[in-house]
Design a protein around this ligand. Structure first.
Ligand SMILES: Cc1cc2nc3c(=O)[nH]c(=O)nc-3n(C[C@H](O)[C@H](O)[C@H](O)COP(=O)(O)OP(=O)(O)OC[C@H]3O[C@@H](n4cnc5c(N)ncnc54)[C@H](O)[C@@H]3O)c2cc1C
Length: 386
């Protein structure tokens, strides 16, 4: 894990605020966009098997039907049927904890202080949402992860870690998880690709899983479109794994480090105090914030490893016509920002795929928002070779 020093990250421009979007709202936005584009979504049907050959993929479902496609993306979660059917391994570390998170009604909870707490039996958190509780116990994974989480299970766990006689009187929603941390041995096997939890699972601390999966989809989406519409060969899809694997590996490592720091033994308590002191410094907290916010946006592009811009999400710059770059670079096309100082391809040579705009800093931005070229190299590539 490359730990940033908290001071000299990439210049991403002025971003003085954070936008938090609840998951259900994000899902609504994505569902509406899919509907707008006429993408059919079949609900209530389970994939049971996949046969891939040189020309395409046949997907079998539990209703006895089949779907034939040229490419298949398995975005079917940590227990991905597609990943297994494609014979892709899922190596990693076995779980040692059981975590539980729920929205509940509590009684006899006067002794429960809001916030995160550590005790000899594990970790618990109360709030910040009313009724939200979380427990982590280091007693191995649950015997059966498929049985529903009950009020009795939550109450027992909460009593064990807090040492109180709290009661759980109602459960509104509840999940149970482990620190199972695994990454697919390949993100592509022929005509099958993996994205999201199908490609990587890790403990939920730090709240990074969804963003990681969406960044996979951004990286893969335009490449798949390029191959399907035949303006790029399928070798472009081979760049997906090396560009996204480091981000997944970094999140796995970071979340495992967080679990390790939660252990209740005396040596870990000492280590946690030491880490806490580092986090109390400006550089320490900036470094931790950068790790939590940023690891999924760096795609190591060959030849550009030392460039502060290339391979990262485009910075927020104001273009010469007054618009923000983000307003222009959101339609699935490449965006070429020119400042007149370096040679760029003739905009007329690639009008379908590239929007050319004058701005303060030369760069070519891919459809996924990642910078593919900066003025530091003498010649900007055309979009289909970026
Ligand atoms: C307690 C907890 C808290 C979390 N908090 C956060 C957080 O704050 N922020 C964050 O970014 N992430 C968080 N995560 C992680 C996040 O929820 C996951 O990383 C994310 O949901 C993964 O999305 P996905 O689409 O890849 O997989 P999933 O969400 O698992 O979706 C897979 C989909 O595929 C479907 N499917 C599965 N098998 C089949 C099949 N055979 N046929 C057809 N369909 C199938 C499923 O029904 C499901 O709809 C949290 C996770 C947990 C457990």
């Amino acid at each position: 894990m490359d730990v940033p020093d908290g001071s000299d990250g990439p210049d991403t421009g002025p971003l003085p605020f954070m936008v938090a979007i609840p998951q259900h709202e994000l899902e609504t936005i994505l569902r509406d966009r899919a509907a707008e584009l006429g993408v059919p979504v079949r609900r209530g049907v389970a994939v049971t098997g996949v046969d891939a050959d040189d020309e395409g993929v046949t997907v079998h479902d539990d209703a006895g039907g089949t779907v034939r496609a040229r490419w298949l993306v398995g975005a079917d979660g940590g227990r991905s049927v597609v990943r297994r059917a494609a014979g892709i391994g899922f190596p990693g570390t076995d779980p040692e904890i059981t975590g539980r998170q729920a929205l509940v009604d509590l009684a006899e909870a006067d002794d429960l202080e809001p916030g995160w707490h550590h005790g000899p039996e594990g970790v618990w958190c109360v709030g910040p949402a009313p009724g939200r509780i979380l427990t982590v116990e280091f007693d191995g994974p649950p015997p059966d992860r498929d049985v529903p989480v009950t009020a009795e299970e939550l109450e027992k766990s909460l009593r064990r870690v807090t040492g109180t006689r709290v009661r759980v009187t109602a459960v509104h929603s509840a999940t149970r998880w482990t620190d199972n941390a695994r990454q697919a041995s390949a993100y592509r096997a022929g005509r099958v690709l993996l994205a999201g939890d199908a490609a990587h699972v890790h403990p939920p601390f730090g709240g990074q899983g969804l963003g990681l999966g969406l960044s996979d989809a951004m990286n893969l989406g335009w490449k798949l479109a390029a191959v399907v519409h035949e303006w790029s060969g399928d070798a472009l899809l081979d760049t997906y794994d090396p560009e996204r694997r480091p981000a997944g590996a970094e999140v796995l490592e970071l979340t495992l480090a967080q679990v390790a720091l939660m252990r209740p033994d005396p040596k870990t308590i000492a280590l946690r105090r030491f880490a806490g002191q580092l986090l109390d410094t400006r550089a320490g907290v900036n470094a931790a914030a950068a790790l939590l916010a940023g690891p999924d946006v760096h795609a190591p592009l060959p030849g550009w490893e030392d460039d502060p811009l290339v391979g990262r999400l485009a910075p927020e710059v104001r273009l010469d016509d007054g618009r923000r770059l983000a307003e222009v670079a959101r339609d699935g096309r490449f965006t070429l920002v020119t400042d007149g100082t370096v040679p760029v391809p003739d905009p007329e040579s690639d009008p379908d795929r590239t929007t050319t705009v004058p701005g303060p800093r030369p760069m070519l931005v891919r459809p996924d928002g990642v910078v593919a070229w900066s003025g530091r190299a003498p010649q900007c590539p055309r979009a289909d070779t970026a």
